[in-house]
Design a protein. Structure first.
Length: 187
């Protein structure tokens, strides 16, 4: 009986590592931590976000995470409100995000050109969880964030002569798929 009690005390005094990286004083706290982790992983798997969860946990821990065989590609929809409509905001952009052309026209990087909250939230999500992203624009199609664009007024809801064609979008998507295949082969 004494030997069992001594072993029990040794087990209880062992520092259990919890899911968050902290230490649990006893095994009950450690078991609850594992139960919560199981619940979170089950929900993530149910909604198809298990790889995103694993990537996020690795970033929190400061570890490198080897993604699954398929990289995460995010398409961020643009919005009508652009930085060109607010000249005071245009002057506040970081160095290198704007260029002034010879005719006096100003071009801005696509990631800074759209200023709506919806776009900014989508861009933040894409940068945090995606391996690569593109911005869907009615005039330019699938844009890289660092590409410079000028002011325009085309939209998919009111198509005009300057709207990107379906064939162009399909070709851009094929090129991105090819780039992702190369990215996957290098990993």
């Amino acid at each position: 009986m004494a030997a069992k009690m001594g072993a029990h005390k040794r087990i209880r005094s062992f520092p259990w590592v919890t899911v968050g990286g902290g230490f649990a004083v006893n095994s009950r706290k450690w078991e609850r931590s594992l139960e919560r982790r199981g619940e979170v992983e089950e929900l993530a798997a149910r909604f198809g976000q298990i790889e995103t969860l694993r990537r996020k946990l690795a970033r929190i821990r400061g570890e490198s995470y080897k993604p699954a065989s398929v990289p995460i590609f995010v398409i961020v929809p643009c919005d009508k409100s652009k930085i060109f409509d607010s000249p005071h905001m245009l002057a506040k952009l970081q160095l290198g995000m704007t260029l002034e052309l010879k005719g006096g026209a100003v071009v801005v990087q696509a990631q800074a050109a759209y200023v709506s909250r919806l776009f900014k939230a989508g861009l933040a999500f894409a940068k945090c969880f995606g391996d690569t992203y593109r911005i869907l624009s009615a005039k330019y199609g699938l844009l890289e964030g660092h590409r410079f664009i000028g002011n325009y007024d085309e939209s998919f809801t009111n198509p005009g002569p300057g709207v990107v064609s379906t064939e162009e979008l399909q070709e851009q998507a094929r090129m991105i798929q090819y780039q992702l295949l190369i990215l996957t082969a290098d990993a």
